[in-house]
Design a protein around this ligand. Structure first.
Ligand code: ADP
Ligand code: DP6
Ligand code: CO
Length: 335
């Protein structure tokens, strides 16, 4: 007997050490280890039903059937679950994003992690977070880290079994007090998706070898800073790592960037403000024009005020560390 399906909720994450490049696109093995913070206020809810009366796998996000490319990513996750469960039934997948889709706010992280969890649950598999993270990885790299809560490290690994994510030890006060302000300039889908952008970077960017070395050094410095709860150190490492990642895209052929003019203006504005005032606030940017500001709870009001003065039209969402996967009964669709 198959279990009654449940909604699975997974939260997005923001990488402090970025994943930007695959060493094995088929197995979805990244070029370097990465490290992120799971976010409480951006998430995906997904329900999977394996059913014999469907012609094939289907996926809707917010009621809309998805493109062929999006379905392909989802099918990779479904196939991993079916293989482990010894199932051949098609899946009907219903998903709701509480995060803009494909806008650089990590919908692929929450989306594919929620799918992995919902599919495994519906197939009757009982998996550890580590095993579930391996399944999510087949859909989207950043989804590997969205299975767990708090600070999470994705070990690059060398094969399917060794490429997974686990929570990272951090000072409890830092995990409690860290805040992320998502500064949203655009919630429209980006012109170059993450998968294509990083593939072009790996193939053509002259900085790529330097990037993987840099990411390793940044991670080695970040781990003790997290353990010690040294927020200014954590912020400075994260900001530097994000800007190094974006430098890669300018050095690709053809060159490209995810930045809008406002993205650069905000990064420069934050750096100048930090130099002038004792406010610990740092910027990080994923594959999109939107910026995430890292700060501590005590400084949120000051940062909000500064944003209202300097970027009055941007939408700002304040969030904090979020949990790993959660489940809700089917008849109670979560809000
Ligand atoms: P983002 O910055 O939002 O992560 P990406 O280009 O990395 O942008 O990923 C966007 C893709 O993630 C979508 O085109 C789709 O394939 C996938 N995706 C997003 N949300 C979901 C979801 N809820 N369920 C399944 N796949 C999703
Ligand atoms: C800039 O995980 O979206 O957000 O593995 O091809 O689905 P695919 O790409 P994705 O890339 C995330 C890139 C990033 C950095 C990060 O989250 O580590
Ligand atoms: Co993504």
């Amino acid at each position: 007997m198959m279990p009654t399906p449940q909604w699975a909720r997974a939260h997005t994450n923001i990488a402090l050490i970025k994943y930007w490049g695959k060493k094995d696109p088929k197995l979805m093995l990244p070029a370097n280890d990465s490290l992120s913070l799971t976010l409480a206020d951006f998430y995906t809810d997904t329900l999977v039903r394996f059913r014999g009366d469907c012609p094939g796998d289907s996926l809707t996000i917010d009621g809309q059937p998805v493109s062929a490319g999006a379905l392909t990513k989802a099918v990779r996750v479904l196939d991993e679950v079916r293989r482990r469960a010894g199932l051949t039934l098609p899946a009907q997948v219903i998903s709701r994003n509480h995060v803009p889709t494909a806008a650089g706010l990590a919908s692929s992280a929450s989306g594919l992690a929620a799918l992995a969890a919902a599919a495994a649950q519906a197939a009757g598999l009982h998996l550890t977070e580590q095993e579930l993270s391996r399944i999510a990885r087949h859909g989207s790299g950043s989804a590997t880290r969205s299975v767990a809560g708090g600070f999470v490290r994705w070990y690059a690994g060398t094969d399917d079994a060794s490429s997974y994510a686990l929570p990272v030890a951090a000072a409890p006060a830092l995990l409690q007090d860290i805040r992320v302000l998502a500064v949203i300039f655009s919630d429209q889908p980006k012109a170059i998706g993450s998968t294509a952008g990083m593939a072009q970077t790996v193939a053509t960017s002259s900085y790529f070898p330097a990037w993987t070395e840099r990411a390793e050094r940044d991670l080695a410095a970040l781990l003790p800073a997290l353990a010690a709860g040294d927020f200014p150190r954590v912020g400075a490492i994260a900001e530097g790592n994000a800007l190094a990642m974006h430098a890669l895209t300018w050095a690709a052929r053809p060159p490209f960037t995810y930045f809008l003019p406002a993205t650069l203006a905000l990064v420069q504005g934050i750096q100048a403000w930090r130099a002038a005032a004792p406010v610990p606030v740092y910027a990080t940017i994923d594959a999109g024009p939107n910026v995430k500001l890292l700060t501590l709870a005590d400084h949120v009001a000051a940062v909000q005020e500064w944003l209202a003065d300097h970027f009055p039209t941007a939408r700002v969402v304040v969030t904090h560390a979020g949990p790993g996967i959660q489940y809700y009964p089917e008849r109670k669709e979560p809000r």
